[in-house]
Write a protein that binds this ligand. Structure first.
Ligand code: CO
Length: 134
């Protein structure tokens, strides 16, 4: 049901210095920047082949990424797989007994729909599904 890796999510404390490393030193192209107030996150997407790196900076301390940084410091946050039908994928995962964080899809970046699977069900890796905007 998973088509490909859509992006790797990285939690950062200093967004501009992370953008500088990836776009300057690593030569990736910034393709999108969006603040999602409901998630308490400012996100920057950079192209790498057909996939992306998603840099995530918190808008405050009491946000999911803010708490992640306080607990673990900057670093890998999640891996995201692209699916063509996120509703069908979630239904199948529930049938298979996979523990989900989001049982229904919610709005993601660039008009996509996303849902998170529990890391305990994914070998310790926080896992996201992304259905791109059509
Ligand atoms: Co993501």
């Amino acid at each position: 049901v998973f088509d490909r890796i859509d992006h790797v999510g990285v939690a950062v404390a200093d967004l501009e210095s992370a953008v500088g490393l990836l776009s300057g030193t690593f030569g990736m192209t910034v393709t999108h920047r969006e603040t999602v107030e409901s998630q308490g996150v400012e996100a920057v997407l950079l192209d790498i082949g057909d996939s992306h790196v998603e840099l995530l900076a918190p808008t405050g301390e009491d946000t999911p990424i803010g708490r992640f940084l306080a607990r673990k410091g900057p670093g890998m946050h999640h891996v995201a797989y692209q699916v063509t039908d996120i509703d069908a994928a979630l239904t199948k995962l529930v049938e298979d007994g996979v523990r989900l964080i989001d049982t229904t899809a919610r709005p993601g970046l660039r008009g996509s729909r996303v849902a998170f699977l529990h890391p305990a069900a994914c070998g310790g890796v926080l896992t996201e599904l992304v259905e791109p905007a059509h």
